[in-house]
Unconditional design. Structure first.
Length: 248
């Protein structure tokens, strides 16, 4: 690995063609002299190592970004029009923001306020929530409850429970969820009875399958228009990406 990182830098520094450093053609004495020269060069120019590492990381990031663009394009229907995920913001907005989230995820809770600010200040963003419970039984319990509420009482009920859970910091238990639903005038008994319905299980399974296809392993993960954004993003960064997408 080090040779693959350092040799290109040495070639550039010494203005040599790649064939000039074919180690396979060197005898033992030539290899020893070469290693000594490399060591001396690196001792005099240690910044070369960091420059080479940075160049490799940049290439890897570019390759990941290009792969993500392809993944989003290949799975666009499932991402943007699955027919069951909550759609909020401006349903007719010119930019779509999708979030894969978990109610037990601390970074999702941090992102919640940033996303809300973006939706409030922009007014032209279509926002889709993908229930992706990956942090244990409490996460799964919460997702089942809010999905059941959405199926029974519609998007307004879902959004009320979703918003409340995004700022909820206690243990997520069934009694807590029931109390929460009752504060919004929802039928807790009916929601609880619906939680284990096959339709609820299917929604979660389909989102998990999509996440696997998209190589999503953590939350929050966003899809903004055609780009995958892995991890927490502050408002200013999301705002800049929105404007960039609109300028395309």
């Amino acid at each position: 690995m080090l040779n693959r990182l350092i040799l290109p830098a040495l070639l550039a520094a010494w203005a040599l063609p790649a064939a000039a450093l074919d180690l396979k053609t060197m005898d033992a004495e030539e290899r020893a002299l070469f290693r000594a020269e490399v060591r001396a060069y690196l001792m005099e120019n240690p910044e070369v190592i960091m420059e080479a590492v940075q160049a490799l990381e940049n290439r890897q990031a570019e390759a990941q970004a290009q792969a993500d663009l392809t993944l989003v394009s290949d799975h666009a229907d499932a991402i943007f029009n699955d027919g069951f995920s909550y759609v909020g913001g401006n349903p007719e907005g010119d930019i779509t923001l999708v979030e894969f989230m978990d109610y037990r995820c601390g970074f999702c809770k941090r992102a919640y306020g940033e996303v809300e600010k973006l939706l409030e200040t922009d007014g032209n963003i279509r926002f889709i929530v993908k229930e992706f419970p990956i942090l244990g039984e409490q996460s799964l319990l919460a997702s089942r409850f809010v999905i059941a509420a959405k199926q029974l009482d519609g998007d307004e009920a879902y959004r009320s429970l979703h918003d409340a859970l995004m700022v909820f910091n206690g243990d997520i238990t069934l009694p807590a969820l029931r109390r929460l639903s009752e504060t919004y005038g929802l039928d807790a008994d009916a929601i609880e009875a619906r939680m284990d319905d096959d339709s609820v299980t299917d929604e979660i399974a389909r989102t998990r399958a999509l996440a696997q296809e998209l190589r999503i392993t953590g939350t929050p993960t966003f899809v903004m228009h055609d780009e995958m954004l892995r991890g927490f993003l502050p408002y200013d960064q999301m705002r800049a990406i929105v404007e960039e997408k609109r300028d395309l």
